[in-house]
Design a protein around this ligand. Sequence first.
Ligand code: ATP
Ligand code: MG
Ligand code: MG
Length: 542
Amino acid sequence: TKPAEKVADEGASYDIGLQNTENGVVTRFPPEPSGYLHIGHAKAALLNDYFAHKKYDGKMILRFDDTNPSKEKEEYQDSIVKDLELLGVKPDQVTYTSDYFQALYERCVQMIKDGHAYADNTPQEQMRDEREKRIESSHRNASVEDSLAHFEEMKKGTEEGTKWFVRAKMDMSSNNGAMRDPVIYRCNPEPHHRTGSTWKIYPTYDYACPVVDSVEGITHALRTTEYNDRDPQYQWFIKVLNLRGVYNWNFSRMNFIRTLLSKRKLTKLVDAGIVWGWDDPRMATVRGIRRRGMTIPALQEFILKQGPSKNINTMDWTTFWATNKKYIDPVATRYTAVVKQDAVKCIVAGAPEAPRTEEKDLHAKNADLGKKKVVFSKQIILDQVDAQSFDDDEEITLMNWGNAIVRKKQYSLNPLNVAASVAGTDQRLVTGLELELHLQGDVKKTSKKITWLSEDQDLVPVTLYDFDYLITKDKPEPDDKLEDILNHNTETKTEALADCNVASLKEDDIVQFDRKGFFRIDRAFKHGESVMAFQIPTGKKM
Ligand code: ATP
Ligand code: MG
Ligand code: MG
């Protein structure tokens, strides 16, 4: 069975105690098209999909919550559709909050007429202060006619209209701040990417969400726990507008250590050119983590295993990448790469006079993955660090070949660095080496298994990339300034040479360079241009 199916089965055991599921389950994933999906969104999408399609025989709606024309773009909308596809999330229907602008408008008029809403123009600061001190706005008890007139002014998008907004008349004395007359409509004359200039007024999420959920037949609205306080206002709208009931159900927001998951901040990173784009391998977007080498079944497993837990915690990336390793290790084909800088040229006594090529398995434990060519000859190269470590006459193992004894080492004249020579280690560059094959030696008895490459093949230039966290703070606070917590050194590049087989790797292939780790091929080999390979964390370091 494929990994994705296995995960679905495992997940089927979650019981989260959704009420009244016998009358059907309809969930929704409501992203705002104001950025690319990140791993937190992936959690919300996978959970909604899981309950609608795997746990219950229900339906799931993808609803674009497109109520803020200043932040939203078609590009984002398209990327969200594609990323969900990638995640294996299949909405039964795609809708837009903007499809309901007329219905939302009419209901707002109704609320004003019924005395459940009023127009207000209290300056923002003052309103915040008044809400905190539970002071009613001077407009709270304005006449219905006055409020309707201001709402019409807003609808026209006039200069005066932009100063007004509409608030729900809930309860200014409530201990729950969310109940203190939240704003439900704002005026914004900017054109909307779907409705153009038809509307100059836009409903807030607080108001649009319960109305549209109810109208669309959503039975269970899954939201992150920071909406707990807002459940009462959600239910208030349902009651006051006489809408079909919807259950709220909360799950915990996903946070990762040293990771930004706010679209506003991610947008900043992209716009400031700090990263290559939304799919940069350092970004915690769905595209970013994929480009870093995360596989979709591993992502599904990781998220569904967290499941619907309500505990809010900041995860580190260890388990995330360890989960991925389980998936890639059995299928990643194996190759060899040697670091180009100070690679040590080496003569192998006893090797075939003429280069000989053998076919070897691409994966020692998975013969189905096919074969690769391994070239054996007298001239090979090794990593400098390996050569440094050899003692005279030490018996080592050349991987996929056999044992050899270290015979002659040549050194550069100068110590590698001053500090080392001061410390008395007298480390110098190894500039040449002679090995003597000792194939009758026992490979189990050597402590060093060395990667090597015959020079009698077309070695392929590879740039090995390793990435670090974009920020320096484990748990960034909402008001941390990005500039203050940015990590300025997040990319390490190592030029290497790889075996001839690497020339036929394709973009997106996941491989292992023996002893160097797992890599995702980001750019395949083209003449004159090196392969770009991104190190995939395995849970040890990151
Ligand atoms: P951001 O702060 O990144 O912009 P958001 O909540 O404003 O996030 P939306 O597009 O409105 O972004 O989110 C769509 C859905 O994804 C919502 O239901 C939201 O609760 C959920 N979601 C967003 N971030 C996370 C997260 N870190 N963990 C779990 N769910 C999340
Ligand atoms: Mg939102
Ligand atoms: Mg947000």
